[in-house]
Design a protein around this ligand. Structure first.
Ligand SMILES: Cc1cc2nc3c(=O)[nH]c(=O)nc-3n(C[C@H](O)[C@H](O)[C@H](O)COP(=O)(O)OP(=O)(O)OC[C@H]3O[C@@H](n4cnc5c(N)ncnc54)[C@H](O)[C@@H]3O)c2cc1C
Length: 406
């Protein structure tokens, strides 16, 4: 029997296992390796960071979707892959050997080498980090009662991309809770988003981006655009406005909570495994394998896939991660059964919907623009759909978003 090793139980990895279990039950041995015993919905981390939903709402035990007759689950840290020897090094277990390996280790926060960002800003790429942000903000608010330092009420988000804007909306929803803790009015909690671009939300057309930013600004969130972050100091962001003279003094924004959402790169394990990469991403072959290593698949945020005739790879999203997983399972099935492999991987985006808190959203799906209530319902349906695809009905009914009437 072929040995298939899947690294990472996020959208790409766990979906691959779920599909392989259906397609090749009893025909292959699958080993799944993941850092934690739970799967988490990365797309909802900002809600945990804002304290609007508990962490267990966006997680479920991996064993719930594992068929132990086909799949062995190892909870450990992947250290590296040796694509020539077809082995995987783990931190605490013996090395694994494979016939096919699916590398799906996701992403890490990218600081672009900005001074002080690692030390003085809070990243938001894992459940633990999201919980730390929530705890940090609550501590700041509670301590404001005894020490009325206005910096404790200032929350600064570095990076106004999709993640930064969704986080800002979730934090705005949390203001009344923060105000109770601090003994102040909700509007005294200041939320600012600092971003280098002139035009935020480039994934949407001008009209929709303007609509989204209007919602954000009506919530009293301050957007500081064309601000090139130069340094993060303890409790301050130093930035330069686009076009400012080289010797112009830097602008300084003070706040005791600084959250880093400027961007992500693929897992560092990609580079540590000697694979050709750019910011932790491997340019995938037409069958989503690594160059010169057709038995090593790359999936999700560690993979770069170029649209036909395009110049930039598709943006990394949960949606494309799930689609890659479906393709990889189909490709492995064909190879295992000695059948012709499927045609080259192609991706068809269904659209993008951004939430601004629990009841506001905007986006595009199926070529149509959605705003206000309909967009918010659509966003929850999209989240429910991916939960159903990976977790099945059990997790869907337990953890799905059914608060559609608001
Ligand atoms: C706040 C936020 C909001 C987002 N919103 C959206 C959205 O609305 N729509 C959308 O499509 N996309 C969204 N994204 C992007 C999306 O979440 C990612 O593209 C997606 O999670 C990538 O899936 P993945 O399987 O590659 O990685 P992940 O889902 O991150 O899974 C990687 C897995 O690998 C494990 N792992 C990592 N390193 C190791 C190691 N060394 N050893 C063992 N295990 C390891 C991790 O614990 C994790 O379980 C959002 C991202 C964020 C942060």
């Amino acid at each position: 029997m072929k040995d298939i090793v899947v690294l990472g139980a996020g959208y790409a990895g766990l979906k691959t296992v779920v599909e392989l279990q259906k397609k090749l039950q009893g025909q292959v041995n699958i080993t799944l390796v993941n850092l934690n015993s739970y799967h988490y919905e990365t797309t909802s981390l900002h809600e945990v960071a804002a304290g609007n939903v508990p962490a267990d709402k966006i997680t479920f035990p991996i064993k719930d979707v594992i068929n132990p007759q086909t799949t062995k689950l190892i909870i450990d840290r992947v250290v590296s892959v040796d694509p020539d020897k077809k082995t995987v090094q783990l931190a605490k277990h013996d090395p694994l050997t494979y016939d096919y390996c699916v590398l799906a280790l996701g992403f890490v926060s990218e600081t672009f080498g900005i001074k002080g960002a690692k030390e003085n800003a809070l990243p938001m790429t894992t459940v633990d980090q999201a919980k730390q942000i929530d705890q940090h903000i609550r501590n700041q608010m509670a301590s404001y009662r005894s020490q009325a330092d206005p910096k404790k009420l200032q929350i600064i988000i570095c990076g106004g991309g999709f993640t930064g804007i969704e986080l800002a909306g979730a934090l705005a929803d949390a203001r009344p809770r923060y105000a109770d803790l601090a003994g102040i009015q909700p509007n005294q909690v200041q939320i600012s988003v600092v971003d280098a671009s002139k035009r935020l939300l480039p994934m949407f057309n001008d009209q929709l981006a303007a609509y989204g930013l209007d919602i954000v600004q009506k919530l009293g969130i301050k957007i500081i655009s064309e601000a090139l972050i130069q340094e993060i100091q303890p409790n301050s962001v130093l930035y330069k406005k686009t076009g400012a003279a080289d010797d112009a003094p830097l602008n300084k924004l003070d706040g005791n909570t600084i959250i880093w959402t400027t961007g992500v790169s693929g897992s560092p394990i990609v580079g540590q495994s000697g694979l050709p990469e750019k910011r932790g991403r491997v340019m995938a072959s037409p069958h989503l394998t690594a160059p010169d290593h057709d038995d090593l698949y790359v999936a999700g945020d560690v993979a770069a896939v170029m649209p036909a005739g395009g110049k930039r790879p598709y943006p990394t999203t949960a949606q494309i991660a799930l689609s890659m997983a479906n393709y990889i399972a189909e490709d492995i099935k064909a190879r295992t059964n000695g059948n012709q492999r499927p045609d080259a991987y192609q991706y068809h985006s269904m659209g993008t919907v951004a939430s601004v808190g629990n009841t506001r959203a905007f986006g595009v799906a199926g070529g149509h623009a959605f705003k206000a209530y309909s967009a918010s319902v659509l966003k929850k349906m999209i989240m429910n759909h991916s939960l159903l695809e990976i977790g099945g009905f059990k997790e869907f009914f337990k953890k799905g978003r059914f608060d559609l009437y608001h």
